[in-house]
Design a protein around this ligand. Structure first.
Ligand code: WT7
Length: 699
């Protein structure tokens, strides 16, 4: 069997021949969306001018999509059961009559339960050992490493054995706080090999944020590296880890801190950092291990990993992804959405600290036997041609990034991408937030030379993989729309008030909240240690449905336009920012009585973080105070959450029952003061004018 298995027969072509002439004709619409964040409301005039882009060949495949999608919804057990058998190697087969059990109402979903498999085995050991598995480019463009499946498999086994030697067992949570180096991917896979549950914490989070995630997961092992590099700057990860250890209240919780040495030279006895009693140098420990470790047979429903995601209230949620369903979903979405073919060099430039890195840097491409490209640096280091240079040098075939990066690079004009040979590209992906049609066009025309399919992939940490996206050569592209549901995803639009499915109006359009009516294999199963919260947030708001938290509009052709979050979650540069975490960092300052954080439209980042703070008696507004507040957010959460704007206010818009009306703050920072809505329920309606003045001055 080839590297791509016998899986799903690709009936589609490489979607290279789209007609670009119809793209983006409505400049007014484009400009409105280009101002940042969510798309404006559809209006029949503006909307119809953006036409679907597809050719005759696509249309015939499009009919096939419709048939297969309908069949996958009508009989999900058949659709996913067949794929699971073809696409994954099972140690113990699952019961054909029990592919899917449980349902969304009860919240007891399981896929392939009873079947046993190992994800690391499927991602590495089963493939041609001589094929290229991973190309890594470090912060400096000449810092390149290439690993075959065989090399990765051996090293992952060594790491797995090192973890075992340190007492890590199946089911233990291993926290990983690492830079984007190959050892990060291999450490994740080593956990999977022995059945340990990895919890990757993005290396931009602060010591405090890391400590709280370690404690919440009761994680006894922490794996880090001495330092990371980004844009020529050294990030002292080990130093941050040392501080995190200070913050952990249960001093006996963490038993081992395993530290990779970035510049480790074999045999060197000196650690390039301060060794603490619990520290273990990872490189010599790993080098001592046998390069074979038997894969742990895991039940399809055993936990594979947890990933914390921040929200608008409370502690971040540790979402749990399980083994069989997640692996199948990551594999199938990667293959289908990106039209993966043997020999492809697949580049997702996300960080493994987020779900995009889990599904589309590590698991999805490797499960397919494709070569995954892993990137440590930024889009503008050493200059704004970095992505294009890499595409040329490594002959990248699929390139996957976020609208924020595209908007940033667009600012440098058409010249940088035009200087490079980008003809290896076939598919360009977008993820993290709605892509405004102006950025879409630039991506399509300038980067893709109007020859590549742009896939706008809508999904979430909770969904494991894409749930709404166009498919290259199969379904039409539509700038600004993530278009149609993925196979097996029964997407519905619900009326937020009644919870019923919205019936199309006379024009065939609907508007409401985005939900899914049937379980799919990649969905998160629970929140670690808090199933009640999982139910409350995702499954109880609309019984019988998975609730995404996003509002959506769907056009008469069934294309979805995500219009923003219905909760208070902010999306900055494609990352979900925990307003609750930022607010609690602000309130941690002794001078702050209360804080409210909202998103403000931002040209490049989509949204910027805007904080309103009320001072305690005895404190006065000053530059120093604002600096201290920024510092507080940096140290409690991470510098990527530092507010763009901090406004000191005598009070906040509150209801009489004391609830902050963030809706009003959002409108004020967006300058939409003529559509504030009903302010009569405010305890003190006069605060609105004060805030409008304050925001106006600081703008
Ligand atoms: C939220 C999920 C999924 C990986 C990156 C973010 C927004 C994501 C799109 C898209 C419109 C999108 C949604 C979603 N979002 N992709 N293609 N179009 N919105 O993962 O941190 O879990 O955030 O990102 O609001 O709910 P995340």
């Amino acid at each position: 069997m080839g590297a791509f298995g016998e899986g799903f027969a690709p009936f589609y072509s490489h979607g290279r021949h789209h007609d670009p002439s119809a793209v983006g004709q409505n400049q007014a619409f484009i400009r409105t969306i280009a101002r940042g964040g969510a798309a404006p409301k559809m209006s029949s005039e503006s909307y119809n001018e953006i036409l679907p882009v597809y050719d005759a060949k696509t249309v015939s495949s499009f009919d096939k999509y419709k048939k297969i999608h309908a069949a996958s919804i009508a009989d999900p057990s058949k659709y996913w059961g067949d794929l699971a058998k073809a696409d994954l190697d099972w140690m113990v087969p699952f019961d054909d009559t029990k592919v899917l059990q449980g349902d969304l109402t009860k919240g007891d979903v399981r896929w392939f339960a009873g079947g046993k498999l190992n994800v690391a085995y499927n991602a590495l050991d089963r493939h041609d050992p001589d094929a290229l598995a991973l190309i890594w480019e470090g912060d400096e463009p000449n810092d390149i490493r290439k690993l075959t499946f065989g090399e990765m498999s051996n090293k992952v086994s060594q790491i797995a054995n090192a973890l075992k030697a340190k007492g890590v067992k199946k089911g233990d949570v291993v926290t990983i706080y690492m830079p984007m180096i190959p050892e990060l991917a291999m450490t994740m896979l080593a956990c999977a090999k022995i059945g340990a549950v990895h919890s990757v914490v993005f290396a931009g989070f602060s010591a405090e944020a890391l400590a709280s995630r370690i404690q919440a997961a009761k994680s006894e092992v922490l794996i880090t590296a001495d330092h990371g590099l980004r844009g020529g700057k050294n990030i002292a990860l080990k130093y941050i880890v040392d501080q995190a250890m200070e913050h952990i209240t249960d001093k006996d919780l963490v038993k081992n801190v395993l530290v990779w040495g970035r510049e480790y030279k074999e045999g060197s006895s000196e650690a390039p950092y301060q060794m603490k009693p619990k520290d273990v140098r990872m490189d010599p420990l790993v080098a001592d291990q046998r390069p074979y470790c038997a894969p742990e047979p895991m039940d399809a429903e055993d936990n594979l990993f947890i990933l914390y995601t921040s929200g608008s209230t409370g502690m971040p949620k540790g979402l749990v992804h399980t083994t069989g369903g997640y692996a199948l979903y990551a594999k199938h979405t990667t293959k289908t959405t990106f039209d993966l073919a043997p020999g492809d060099i697949f580049a997702c430039v996300a960080d493994c600290g987020w779900i995009t890195g889990h599904s589309y840097v590590v698991y999805g491409p490797l499960l397919n036997g494709a070569t995954t490209f892993m990137f440590e640096s930024t889009p503008v280091y050493p200059d704004e041609g970095r992505y294009w240079d890499m595409i040329q040098r490594h002959k990248i075939t699929q390139f996957y990034t976020a609208p924020t990066a595209i908007r940033l690079l667009m600012r440098y004009g058409d010249e940088p991408p035009s200087k490079y040979d980008l003809s290896s590209l076939k598919v360009l992906g977008s993820v993290g937030e709605p892509i405004n049609p102006e950025a879409w066009r630039w991506y399509y025309e300038i980067v893709g030379r109007s020859e590549c399919t742009v896939v706008d992939t809508y999904w979430q940490t909770e969904t494991g993989g894409h749930i709404v996206t166009n498919l290259p050569g199969v379904t039409p592209m539509k700038p600004g729309s993530c278009t149609l549901p993925f196979y097996g995803v029964d997407a519905v639009v619900l009326d937020p008030a009644t919870g019923h499915i919205v019936e199309p109006d006379a024009t065939g359009r609907v508007e409401g909240v985005m939900a899914v009516r049937q379980p799919w294999p990649g969905m998160a199963r629970t929140c670690l240690g808090d199933h009640a919260r999982y139910m409350t947030v995702y499954l109880k708001p609309y019984p019988g449905y998975y609730f995404t938290g996003d509002s959506v509009q769907r056009d008469e052709e069934g294309n979805h336009f995500i219009t923003g979050r219905v909760d208070d979650v902010i999306n900055v540069s494609g990352h979900r920012i925990g307003t609750a975490e930022v607010e609690s960092a602000l309130v941690a300052h002794p001078g702050i009585a209360q804080a409210a954080v909202v998103g403000k439209p931002h040209d490049i980042k989509g949204q910027a973080i805007c904080a309103f703070v009320m001072l305690r008696n005895g404190y006065e507004e000053s530059d120093d105070l604002i600096q201290e507040l920024r510092l507080s957010v940096r140290s409690e959460v991470g510098s990527f959450c530092s507010p763009d704007m901090i406004i000191v206010t005598p009070s906040l818009p509150m209801t009489r029952s004391g609830k902050i009306m963030r809706r009003i703050l959002r409108k004020i920072v967006a300058g939409e003061t003529d559509t504030l809505g009903d302010t009569s329920t405010l305890a003190d309606p006069s605060i609105v004018d004060t805030l409008i003045d304050k925001v106006g001055i600081s703008d």
